[in-house]
Design a protein around this ligand. Structure first.
Ligand SMILES: Cc1cc2nc3c(=O)[nH]c(=O)nc-3n(C[C@H](O)[C@H](O)[C@H](O)COP(=O)(O)O)c2cc1C
Length: 194
């Protein structure tokens, strides 16, 4: 079994999503000691914006990194993503990563009857944090966006571990974090993973 762990928070050691994504990954290691974990910190090691040059593979180093990112995603059985809400959506570093994994012919394709995801059979667990409270509100362009991106790629098994209202007060933050830790889902064996 392969687990890909992604972080995108710019808040370093103070990050809620980094704490939660690490705890989720640790839970998988505890449950499945044979799991192979790969890690990408998109804050420390960001991908460039997708440009015309990227599509033309003008920069060999950028193209090689993009190929690595896509291969890591395709190989993963479980993807754990630290995804804070930034300006009602996700950090641009995480969007840049999504731009490299959503590749026609690799992770989705178009047919005469519409789009078909090609990356099914994976599980995604998102560690989500927001300063305010947005669940179910029209202000949430973070979690529904991520759910839509992965559904488009054929992945319907997407779980969110959420801390909300963390900016309201230190007490709100610590209670929301404790609740989120308690809500981490129990890892389950996946049908496709060896
Ligand atoms: C650049 C930036 C933009 C943010 N935008 C929002 C926002 O639109 N709505 C919100 O509720 N919180 C917002 N926040 C608060 C974060 O969602 C909150 O601090 C969260 O814990 C960030 O995750 P992290 O602790 O893993 O970095 C923002 C924080 C930053 C740093």
């Amino acid at each position: 079994m392969k687990l890909l762990h992604i972080d995108s928070s710019a808040l370093g050691a103070n990050s809620v999503t980094r704490e939660l994504s690490a705890a989720i990954t640790a839970r998988w290691r505890d449950s499945f000691p044979q799991v192979q974990v790969e890690y990408r910190d998109l804050d420390a090691n960001p991908l460039p914006h997708l440009t015309a040059g990227s599509l033309a593979q003008a920069d060999a180093a950028e193209a090689a990194d993009a190929a690595t990112v896509l291969a890591q995603f395709l190989a993963a059985d479980v993807i754990v993503i630290g995804a804070p809400m930034y300006n009602f959506s996700i950090p641009s570093t995480l969007k840049a990563w999504i731009d490299r994994i959503a590749v026609a012919g690799k992770t989705f394709k178009y047919t005469e009857s519409g789009a078909v995801g090609l990356a099914g059979g994976k599980k995604v667990v998102v560690a989500s944090s927001r300063g305010g409270v947005h669940t179910g509100a029209p202000t949430d362009f973070q979690e529904p966006y991520l759910r839509q991106v992965f559904a488009f790629l054929g992945i319907e098994d997407v779980e969110f571990v959420r801390a909300e209202g963390v900016a309201f007060s230190p007490q709100h933050r610590s209670e929301a974090l404790a609740d989120a830790h308690r809500a981490i889902p129990r890892p389950v064996a996946l049908a496709k993973a060896a």
